[in-house]
Write a protein that binds this ligand. Sequence first.
Ligand code: ZN
Length: 333
Amino acid sequence: MDKYRGCAVEVTVTDLGNDLFQIDTEQSGYKGITAGYLIRSSKPTLIETGTASSAPIVIAALEKLEIFPKDLATIVVTHVHLDHAGGAGHLTSHYPHAELIAHERGAKHLVDPTKLMNSARRVFGSIIDDVMGALLPTPVERVRSLGDTAAIDLGDGRTLNSYYAPGHASHHVGLLDSATGDLFVGDAAGVYIPDTDTVKPATPPPDFDLDIALNTIDTFENLKPTRLLFSHYGPVSKIDETLDRSREELRVWVELVREARNTRLDLDHAISMIIERTRDRYASLLADVSALERFEALSSTGANIVGINRWLDKVEANPYDFGDAAASAPKHK
Ligand SMILES: [Zn+2]
């Protein structure tokens, strides 16, 4: 890990080998929860922008890596939630030659973010603008939409191969580096907490779907990656064990939310019940107050419950309302 103090911004950049660098985007001022990645190939490519508020940090990190405004060839996002794509408009204006790439079901929001920002503001209130900043538009001619599989040219025969990976979001993709076998999983395998080696699910509304999410994890396994690069947060080499944990987390949480519905808990009690019933699973995380706080701010228990509940409403006979809409607001969009 390398700390770098540029003119104004200190950044944390980690060399992961083979010209891959991890950038801490310091989302909402928290260190070590949200990453962007730079592949410094002959066509330098940034994977994930972080939030709009993180754009100066990402720009300083790229400068440290000697990627200047004229140099960046590509910006690709796994999905268009604001912690992954919020900085897209800022970065396409700073890097005038960079093409911006997302799955075809999400790309339109990068051209006209009005609907996405309005829905984020409805859920979070105007605090979204203070904490994450506003996603700015990118001209349509600079945005490329991906189909369900696609290849992004990294130069010199190296490609970043894109695979449709819905479940967390309906427009999510996974990205496999042909040179290394590194797989950028976005949020489709959940959240990995390196501090305590913990995997937690990321199931916010409105798109979460258990069956589709499990299918995506199978897709990832079949790609036989050498490492998983989590956007939250960092590289993992234990592929099978980690993906098994991702599956298990989803199943455990869905069962607990089903139970909370059946016993007609309100949201606060459902949150308490799930914290209690998962206490053993997350013992090391619960003992690390800093990591617990940072990752709960990123991906809250309440947001996971509301997202799973929304899916259960679609597949079970009786819809259920946990009440308190304000408390249910997902912090992770
Ligand atoms: Zn995320």
